[in-house]
Design a protein around this ligand. Sequence first.
Ligand SMILES: [Zn+2]
Length: 419
Amino acid sequence: MVGNVLVGVRTPQWAALCLGLLAISAQTASAADCPGHPGALGTSRTLVVDPRQHPRIGTMQYAETLPLRDHEVVLTFDDGPLPRNSNQVLDILASQCVKATFFIIGRMAQSAPEGVRKLRDAGHSIGTHTQNHPTGMKRMSIERARQEIDDGIASVKTALGDDAALAPFFRIPGLSRADGVEDYLASQGIQIWSADFPADDWHHISSSRVYDIAIKRLEAKGRGILLLHDIQARTVAALPRILRELKARGYRIVHVVPATPEQPATPTEPQQWQLHPPSENVAISHWPKIPNFVFANAEMLPGPALSDLDWRDGRSMSLVEASNHASRPARRVPLPREAPWPRQSSLAPGSAANVLPVPAQSIFEIQERPHAATQELATPSHHAEQPVPTERETEGLAKLISVGASDSPGTIAVPIEAR
Ligand SMILES: [Zn+2]
């Protein structure tokens, strides 16, 4: 077709015009279609955001969220990469030509750097999620919190070997927000991503339950940021059905990328970022208790030793103690001296008023045994519907286990709406 068109064109001007039209047509086609996958969900548009203008987003905690239109969804995945499951998530997203945002744990990036590069090569956005996924940044000294943030960024940058591929996006583990943490991130020009609704996929629930929760909460809000975990096998199992249902219900996927000098932010109006009316069906209080997990097989983890990190936060000790027994010498990632994006130290003020109060413990309605809420980083191998990974698959990885997890039916954490 291209050749035939050009044969009939005599003047350079017309040739240039036709080529231009062809280029536009090709761009439109690539956005709307998914080669080899007719009927795929696709990615409807790319939203370019300036973290300096909107440093905190997600209605689970903040007054602002992404300026999405009705029936637009942003997919986010936390805690990877864990290649066995994360690679499947990548394949599923690729089969639907869907772009997402991943929040990477630094130590996971150290264990599976190729997994981080796969995200980049697939065109997804990559943010960070601290170095060690500490269990309560709101109780941590700001020095420790800053180190967690900086080390996580350094580890992901090292895995990528390309600073430009890392977006200034950050999600606080367990959404354990704190003023000092938020102020520091804002001073670095880093955007904090809470979420608009989770799918509870860190709990011991079935994949069909993850699907049900994801769709129900999305329908309640009509748009928003969905929080998922690519390390969870139940999420891998639920994701194809979630994407099919999004397509069937007329939802559209939006890919979010940070603004750069070459790619300015998508023009928006301030009110588009404002809190949408919360729904009673999307309970902020459903966020779990602070997860408490340890890295198993710590000798396989090339992470920092306790002496290097000088941890003082008691909550982090279960994790750090495991790494401290590492038989290998610790390979500490040097702290970045300079953020990969412009520092904007004047950004912190003005957004504190946008913080919503953290729900009181008393209104948490998920009834769980003491350790049932420790699944955010749980390996899926002990879950009934998940095959046990082979030794080869787990070799060299940070194998994560929950503390005291059990598969007995009595420990299944069921949100109030399911009971
Ligand atoms: Zn997490």
